[in-house]
Ligand binder design. Structure first.
Ligand SMILES: [Zn+2]
Length: 243
């Protein structure tokens, strides 16, 4: 009888401790004015990544063979006509990076490499984009955040490994016309073929394509498990050198 009581008490103690622990964890991340949970400091990022490897932002250039970058948001040549990035580096969550590596290996056999226009984007930049262009056709609404803020979205195209030339695609990056839609068909056969090849390879590796942007791919986010991150490139760059 005494033994049963002790066991019950011990069980209750564990339940209470777990509840306190979960509450602390649930309250750990700040909620912004839109009630979104945001990881906005390196301690919270470390806490999240210590318990879950999938929450890690991986430097993609160290991870993906033949990956090239062209950060248009670091220049004024983007839809906001403002340089939005300082010291950008290509990051994505580990599951995104692993899926992209798989795609890069398939493409390599076809003499193709991936060029990346954008990957992880700090949430503050999404807010700034919205300030400049508050139109959901062109920018992500900060009320929802973007797949880029979660490290699960990539803006990419293809280039030939043997000569470095970009493959012809329907439009340039961040062209917001109907021609950029993934089902737009009034195009040369070669261009439709290139777009289809990119889509087929990416989908075979677990990505989905945005219907209005042929260049935007993302991994699904069931149960909103991937959190919004607001760490600057400088903060991440410093942290990932040592970790
Ligand atoms: Zn995108």
């Amino acid at each position: 009888m005494h033994k049963i009581k002790s066991a019950t008490l011990f069980f209750l103690l564990i339940v209470v401790l777990c509840t306190i622990c979960n509450q602390t964890d649930a309250q750990r991340y700040k909620k912004n004015k839109y009630n979104l949970e945001i990881i906005d400091n390196i301690n919270d990022y470390k806490h999240e990544t210590d318990k879950n490897n999938s929450a890690k932002l991986v430097p993609l250039l160290d991870f993906i063979p033949h990956l090239k970058t062209d950060f248009v948001y670091a220049t004024v040549h983007n839809f906001t006509h403002t340089a939005l990035y300082k010291n950008p580096r290509a990051y994505a969550l580990l599951p995104t990076a692993q899926a992209l590596k798989k795609a890069a290996n398939i493409l390599k056999k076809k003499d193709l490499g991936i060029i990346l226009f954008d990957a992880y984007r700090p949430y503050a930049v999404t807010e700034k984009m919205w300030e400049i262009e508050p139109d959901p056709r062109y920018a992500a609404d900060p009320k929802l955040g973007s797949g880029h803020n979660r490290g699960i979205a990539l803006d990419i195209s293809l280039y030939k490994l043997s000569n470095g030339k970009l493959l012809k695609m329907p439009t340039g990056f961040d062209d917001f016309s109907d021609t950029a839609h993934s089902d737009y068909m009034n195009l040369d056969k070669e261009i439709i073929g290139n777009r289809q090849l990119l889509k087929t390879v990416m989908e075979s590796c677990g990505f989905e394509q945005l219907s209005t942007e042929w260049w935007h791919f993302y991994i699904p986010n069931p149960n909103n498990q991937y959190k919004i991150i607001n760490l600057s490139f400088d903060t991440l760059n410093k942290y990932t050198i040592y970790n």
